[in-house]
Design a protein around this ligand. Structure first.
Ligand code: MTE
Ligand code: MO
Length: 434
């Protein structure tokens, strides 16, 4: 993240705080310096943190250790069974997805955790000071609030079948395995520093408490650089409320820009290892397996890390519209955001028209959170776009195509992969006008 908005005071404060953590945990100066100067970890000191004092989440749930929202009413979703709820983008009015419309993806059981009994352990051969933290410990740490989309690696998976005629294995999500929330949490790196992460650290493994998941707890490893990124959160707040149960109460990871599977819900354990960690979710699952992809480490394919740039219309699939001039809108997101252009095509991509990008602004219902939003709070947000279309009776497909600030545009064609991850060629949205 750029150091935009960084005041020297903030930077100094942050540095003091990190040194203090280091002293408290008995880490030597040399160790910390080495860690801070190694690769992406340099960002620890170099970057602006935007860290604010703990955010007082609104009173709901404040005095209770129970999650505020119980398992969701599936009515406003496309229900894929077993608690997997696909968002209907057409339900979304503004930039932020209200929690009741936020998609849900569970790989096994849904958990009902009481925060009073909950603990987070941080352990492994690359921490000097293994820790166990309570919910209050985490909430007492400096907090950070920003807007980020969260998107399943399998979002748009059904299009491998619908567009390429080649079905991929897994939940047949169309375009709604993505939502955009306002997240509040502590920086994972602060917890790692407090646990005395050493310069030997290589992989950080996050483990959920859902023991019904393969390997006894859904888990994902990430390189230490991603774990130490100031934006990788241990989130306890969504849209100003304590995290709803469906989204991992009391605490989940949020790895912005990465596929949703790295954002472990009902987080219970963090293992910091000097070795590169290979587990199911970067080997047999969440890897790109197909003719076009190589193989990496112990994985049969290429492990999926970052998401890919995508866009989608906020319409039912297929959509039935009454004839007449209207404004259509949709959402576009990229891990290398912001999205700077979205085009639309009525002729399967032969010609493209520009759409209008809406200003990044949270809806009035979330304005109480405006102050908590740090500098650059919209960096991981999706973008709303809209365009006018004079709909005449008939059958159409409309494609949309996004481009981000890094100059990446959705590709015309992507190769097949067996598990159906990261489909991001323009989706031909079927529309009937009567
Ligand atoms: N513990 C745990 N964390 C998990 C999962 C899970 O099944 N168990 N699913 C992952 C996947 S595949 C996705 S896409 C996101 C979905 O987050 P959401 O349900 O809050 O939308 O959570 C991730 N974290
Ligand atoms: Mo996912």
């Amino acid at each position: 993240m750029a150091t935009r908005g960084l005041t020297p005071e903030k930077n100094a404060e942050e540095r003091t705080r990190l040194w203090q953590f280091a002293r408290e945990t008995g880490m030597t100066r040399r160790h910390l310096l080495k860690l801070l100067s190694a690769g992406g970890a340099a960002a620890v000191l170099a970057s602006c943190t935007g860290l604010a004092p703990p955010t007082a989440l609104p009173s709901v749930g404040e005095n209770s250790s129970k999650a505020p929202l119980y398992f969701k009413d599936p009515t406003p979703f496309i229900d894929h069974g077993a608690g997997n709820l696909e968002a209907r983008l057409e339900n979304m009015e503004g930039l932020v997805t209200p929690s009741r419309f936020f998609f849900v993806r569970n790989n096994s059981e849904r958990l009902d955790v009481d925060a009073a009994d909950w603990r987070l352990s941080i352990e492994g051969d690359a921490v000097a000071n293994p820790l166990e933290l309570t919910y209050d410990d985490i909430r007492d740490m400096p907090s950070r609030t920003y807007i980020s989309y969260l998107e399943c690696a399998g979002n748009h998976r059904a299009l491998f079948d619908l567009v390429k005629g080649k079905p991929a294995k897994g939940t047949q999500w169309k375009t709604g395995a993505v939502s955009n929330g306002i997240w509040t949490g502590a920086a994972l790196r602060d917890v790692l520093v407090r646990a005395g992460i050493t310069s030997e650290a290589n992989s950080v493994l996050l483990i959920g408490l859902d023991t019904g998941a393969p390997e006894g707890g859904f888990r994902r490893a990430m390189p230490v650089e991603k774990a130490l990124d100031q934006d990788t959160l241990l989130a306890y707040g969504l849209n100003g409320d304590p995290l709803p149960k469906d989204h991992g109460f009391p605490l989940r990871a949020l790895a912005p820009g990465w596929v949703g599977a790295a954002s472990i819900k009902w987080l219970g354990r963090i293992v910091v290892s000097s070795e590169q960690i290979w587990t199911r979710n970067n080997t047999t699952s969440y890897t790109l397996v197909g003719d076009a992809y190589g193989q990496e480490g112990e994985a049969p394919g290429k492990p999926v890390t970052s998401q890919t740039i995508k866009s989608a219309l906020a319409l039912p699939w297929p959509a039935d519209l009454a004839a007449g001039a209207r404004s259509l809108h949709g959402y576009a997101q990229s891990p290398a955001g912001p999205v700077v252009k979205v085009e639309w095509s009525l002729d399967s991509g032969a010609t493209w028209n520009d759409s209008t990008l809406e200003e990044q602004r949270i809806q009035p219902e979330f304005e109480r959170l405006a102050e908590a939003l740090g500098d650059d709070a919209f960096r991981y947000s999706w973008t709303r776009f809209s365009f006018r279309w004079d709909a005449r009776p008939g059958e159409y497909t409309i494609m949309t195509r996004a481009t981000d600030a890094a100059g990446t545009t959705q590709p015309d064609e992507i190769p097949f992969n067996e598990k159906g991850y990261l489909f991001n060629q323009p989706a031909p949205h079927p529309i009937r006008v009567a």
